[in-house]
Design a protein around this ligand. Structure first.
Ligand SMILES: Nc1ncnc2c1ncn2[C@@H]1O[C@H](COP(=O)(O)OP(=O)(O)OP(=O)(O)O)[C@@H](O)[C@H]1O
Ligand SMILES: Cc1ncc(C[n+]2csc(CCOP(=O)(O)O)c2C)c(N)n1
Ligand SMILES: [Mg+2]
Ligand SMILES: [Mg+2]
Ligand SMILES: [Mg+2]
Length: 325
């Protein structure tokens, strides 16, 4: 049973509370309140799985863990408001290091006007940080993975593969001696969730969204599956930093399609709103690129196909999957 099969096996058949607008199956849950919808998400980061002290200082451990959770709020079209932190602390972690973890979270929280409102503290074998983020979105305006429709444009924010490249440099050293490697390291250690862009998108009538934590191959498939549409991507249109060309084509392609942890957004919007989206992107200083289209094809619905190196092939989920056994 892998991660996805496990989640499926624990998903309830129905929800008892009528105000559950979205339960399991998206980046976050949506609960209806009188005046707005509340967004709830939780993600865990574990030492030696999501970071090591070789790749991330304690400050970055805190910063990244909160950023990953805020990114899920952005992927629902919302803004983050508060968070709770559960921490498992091994004996060999010093007070100063723990302070730094919290400083990383504090600095990012300040950026979004978020409050730390609770948590839990226990001792254990591996440093583990579990963060719950609460956010809000105007009623009925959450962006779901299931909202893609035939004819939509598929877009992505920013550039992909940066974080995986940064991780590679941190783990194996900088084999290329080019001058921009600090950029990749920063993208790995201090990703910036796309909250401002998403907030500015409120005028877009319909948008399917997913944030890129595991790699676009995974995330595009999640939209295709939830929307029961065919997503066609053009590999040459997926944006990456020019310095990524200093690495082998095999590495570059792997990092772009399944590296993950860029915390960019992949989305789909009606084609006639593309110009509005471009305007929003310009206003918020966000790079956006059209990378594909949504089609309806009963034989291929629920899957992603990609044009790459003169081939048209199925793009399977290939990103980071926990519990592969
Ligand atoms: N152990 C679990 N029990 C109940 N629901 C779960 C569990 N693990 C994941 N989920 C739910 O499954 C869905 C997909 O979770 P997943 O963690 O893959 O999404 P994500 O947070 O966007 O991705 P990532 O964790 O890679 O950032 C979400 O709705 C999540 O709340
Ligand atoms: C030291 C170290 N080794 C490997 C990786 C790569 N990595 C770990 S988890 C993950 C996917 C997102 O996780 P989740 O699905 O839990 O959000 C990725 C790409 C890393 N960040 N640090
Ligand atoms: Mg997500
Ligand atoms: Mg998750
Ligand atoms: Mg994941």
């Amino acid at each position: 049973m892998d991660e996805f099969q496990f989640i499926q096996s624990v998903t309830p058949k129905f929800y008892r509370q009528p105000n559950v607008m979205k339960g399991i199956g998206d980046d976050a849950a949506i609960i209806r309140n009188q005046h707005e919808d509340t967004i709830l998400t939780v993600d865990t980061m574990v030492d030696m799985i999501h970071f090591s002290l070789k790749t991330t200082k304690p400050y970055h451990v805190g910063y990244r863990a909160l950023a990953a959770n805020i990114s899920d709020i952005a992927a629902m079209g919302g803004k983050p408001t508060s968070f709770l932190v559960s921490i498992v602390i091994p004996d060999d972690w010093q007070d100063q290091q723990l302070n730094e973890i919290y400083q990383g979270m504090k600095d990012l929280a300040k950026n979004f006007q978020m409050d730390l409102i609770g948590g839990d503290t226990v001792s254990g074998k591996q440093l583990t940080l579990t963060i719950t983020v609460i956010g809000s979105v105007p009623q009925g305006r959450a962006r779901y993975r299931s909202q893609a429709k035939q004819g939509d444009i598929v877009f992505v924010t920013g550039t992909l593969g940066d974080s995986a490249c940064g991780l590679h440099i941190l783990l194996h050293g900088n084999e290329n001696e080019h001058d921009n490697y600090e950029y990749f390291i920063k993208r790995h250690q201090m990703p910036m969730p796309r909250v401002d862009f998403v907030q500015a998108c409120q005028g877009i009538t319909r948008m399917a969204l997913n944030d890129i934590s595991d790699g676009i191959a995974n995330e595009a498939n999640e939209i295709a599956l939830a929307s029961n549409q065919l997503i066609e991507l053009d590999y040459n249109k997926i944006p990456c930093q020019s310095d990524l060309y200093h690495f082998s084509e095999a590495d570059r392609s792997k990092w772009i399609l399944s590296g993950g942890e860029d915390f960019e957004l992949i989305g789909t919007i009606p084609a006639n709103e593309w110009d509005i989206l471009r305007k929003v992107a310009k206003e918020t200083n966000t790079k956006i690129s059209q990378i594909g289209v949504v089609k309806n094809n009963p034989e291929k619905n629920g899957s992603v196909w990609i044009y790459q190196h003169d081939r048209y092939a199925k793009l399977n989920k290939s990103g980071y999957t926990h519990l592969s056994r």
